[in-house]
Design a protein around this ligand. Structure first.
Ligand code: UP5
Ligand code: MG
Length: 195
């Protein structure tokens, strides 16, 4: 990892709140590297020879959360592969529970500085519709998996957002507006943080 302390912004919010959409705009406009924990897990699931493929798929379908050792390693490898000269990393969809947070802090706290948590909020009905309409063939974009993802979000991920709120690190943005309107506010949050 070298001696460099990498800049990190966590991006959290319910399933379908627009995390991936906003991260790709931030990456294009502000030069951060977008790392989606979900995308990394889906890629690992497809990788020939992966010993975790089946376990990952079971968690994704059930909307439950993969053990942090796996996810954190994928994130760390992706950060290493991006080199040392990047402005910072957007970590999309992680940490999602206390296990994720503990594992991240064990492994990464001396290698990164987490600047803030970008929290995209949106009503559950809006999120459900967006996931159902996405049409990218994700194995968790069906009514049953979506309901489970939402329960997991409410029970396990929302408390992580609350944890960061107590540290005054959460920047909440209403994710229900058009993606350009949401992005205008997202960009303001980054500018306010000095990026
Ligand atoms: N869309 C986006 N923004 C819009 C807007 N402003 N107006 C109208 N439409 C908008 O957007 C979803 C859809 O809505 C898209 O069709 C988009 O065009 C449209 P997207 O940007 O994809 O939203 P996002 O929040 O990224 O939704 P996603 O479904 O990816 O969120 P999840 O948190 O559910 O999924 P993720 O990939 O992060 O995780 C999937 C699973 O992986 C988890 O359930 C879990 O099982 C596992 N996982 C772990 O175990 N550990 C991890 O650390 C991460 C994931
Ligand atoms: Mg996503």
């Amino acid at each position: 990892f070298g001696d460099k302390v990498h800049n990190v912004v966590f991006v959290l919010g319910p399933p379908g709140s627009g995390k991936g959409t906003q991260c790709s705009k931030i990456q294009s406009n502000l030069g951060f590297i977008h790392l989606s924990a979900g995308d990394l897990l889906r890629a690992e699931r497809q990788r020939k020879g992966s010993e975790f493929g089946e376990l990952i798929e079971t968690h994704i379908r059930n909307g439950s959360i993969v053990p942090v050792e796996i996810t954190c390693k994928l994130l760390e490898n992706a950060m290493l592969a991006s080199g040392d000269s990047v402005k910072g990393f957007l970590i999309d969809g992680f940490p999602r529970n206390q296990d994720n947070l503990d594992g991240w802090q064990r492994e990464m706290s001396d290698k990164v500085k987490v600047h803030f948590v970008l929290y995209l909020s949106a009503a559950i009905e809006v999120c459900v519709q967006r996931c159902l309409n996405r049409g990218q063939g994700r194995t968790d974009d069906n009514e049953e998996s979506i309901q489970k993802r939402i329960v997991t979000y409410n029970e396990q991920t929302f408390p992580i957002i609350k944890h960061y709120e107590k540290l005054d690190m959460v920047r909440e943005i209403n994710g229900e507006k058009s993606s350009d309107e949401v992005y205008a506010e997202v960009e303001r949050a980054f500018k306010n943080a000095g990026f």
